[in-house]
Design a protein around this ligand. Structure first.
Ligand code: HEC
Length: 322
């Protein structure tokens, strides 16, 4: 008697990888089955993102939309969908977005998808401006900046209109800001203890100074702590001389998709890029890459001191310069 074969994800994987798509329907079914172990579904999603067979796209979108998909699966599925070339992805994802925005990781992966191509950005902007179902507050500075970097068409202008606070300062504005902070620091005494808290809040997610802090930026312990001009320059203008080893690259694929991040590995004809502030990394075969360049922009945001009042500016620098 004919016995239905148990679906075997490794079998699918091998077949799909070798270009045999005859089991694709079954693989897609397996993706939908909630009783499948999560790691099996994650691996399949990842594989489908790498191979990009057209019929898998609706299933991946459904997975993102489904209320019963775990967040990690949605995130992986968004990452996979991002790699497909279908021109309707932007609109479809904009329609799905309001239902998935509650989970920060899922939301930010979706925003990275919108920022990956001009047509997708346009669909996202239309949903913000026209339907108002998407809130511009969902987009943190570092992700808003990505839209500015899509050079084509009117995308950067629209980004500027939606997130004026993410616009880069002009050289003149920077000079004025540095002079103004310098006056503030010199006009009174700061409290170094309060300043340490401010440092941890404002800078500590990326930098270490003395003890505690992140490693996205250089460890600032041991830097010359007496030179106010140095600290002000690099705080107001992070792009003034980017420290070696902290550069960001921009890759454009032949299909016009852009990927930003740190080039972590470049070997065997494949580049591995990791977003510096979290999110899914990506391996790209050189054959898919049209162009890669090193950006002269730092991932350290501008305007970090703007939320601080004068006393807080004095406190912060009392700590830094202590
Ligand atoms: C989102 C992460 C992030 C935050 C927040 C951040 N920085 Fe940075 N910072 C970096 C990165 C990455 C670099 C290295 C690239 C560069 O030189 O711009 C850097 C560079 C610097 C440098 C220059 C170091 C060098 O060796 O050239 C200074 C000084 C600095 N940051 C100070 C600060 C201070 C002060 C704050 C808080 C007010 C702050 N940073 C907040 C990521 C960050």
């Amino acid at each position: 008697m004919f016995r239905k074969k148990e679906p075997n994800s490794q079998g699918f994987e091998l077949a799909l990888r070798s270009g045999d798509f005859s089991n694709l329907d079954e693989a897609i079914d397996m993706l939908r089955e909630e009783e499948q172990p999560l790691n099996v579904r994650l691996r399949l999603v990842h594989l489908l993102g790498e191979l990009r067979p057209e019929p898998a796209l609706p299933a991946l979108l459904a997975l993102i939309q489904s209320g019963s998909s775990p967040g990690s699966l949605k995130q992986e599925a968004i990452h996979a969908v991002k790699k497909f070339d279908d021109p309707e992805i932007g609109e479809k994802m904009a329609a799905i977005y309001p239902g998935i925005r509650a989970d920060t990781y899922v939301r930010e992966e979706a925003i990275r998808l919108f920022a990956s191509r001009p047509d997708r950005a346009a669909a996202f902007f239309a949903a913000i401006r026209e339907s108002k179902v998407i809130h511009k507050e969902d987009v943190p500075y570092s992700l808003a900046r990505r839209f500015y970097m899509l050079e084509e068409e009117s995308i950067p202008e629209m980004a500027e209109e939606i997130w004026p606070e993410s616009k880069l300062l002009t050289a003149k504005e920077k000079t004025e800001a540095i002079a103004s902070y310098k006056r503030q620091v010199r006009s009174g005494k700061g409290d170094a203890l309060a300043g340490r808290q401010l440092f941890l809040q404002t800078c500590g997610s990326c930098h270490r100074l003395d003890t505690g802090g992140g490693n996205i930026g250089p460890d600032l312990t041991g830097y010359d702590r007496s030179d106010l001009d140095y600290w002000l320059l690099h705080t107001v203008d992070p792009h003034a001389g980017i420290r070696e080893g902290f550069e960001t690259v921009e890759i454009e694929t032949h299909t016009g998709r852009k990927i930003w991040g740190k080039l972590e590995k470049d070997e065997g004809g494949t580049k591995y890029i990791r977003p510096p502030l979290g999110g899914k990394g990506e391996s790209l075969p050189d054959s898919e890459i049209r162009e890669m360049r090193i950006l002269d922009l730092s991932i350290m945001p501008e305007r970090l001191l703007e939320p601080l009042n004068e006393q807080q500016v004095r406190d912060l620098f009392a700590y830094i310069l202590k």
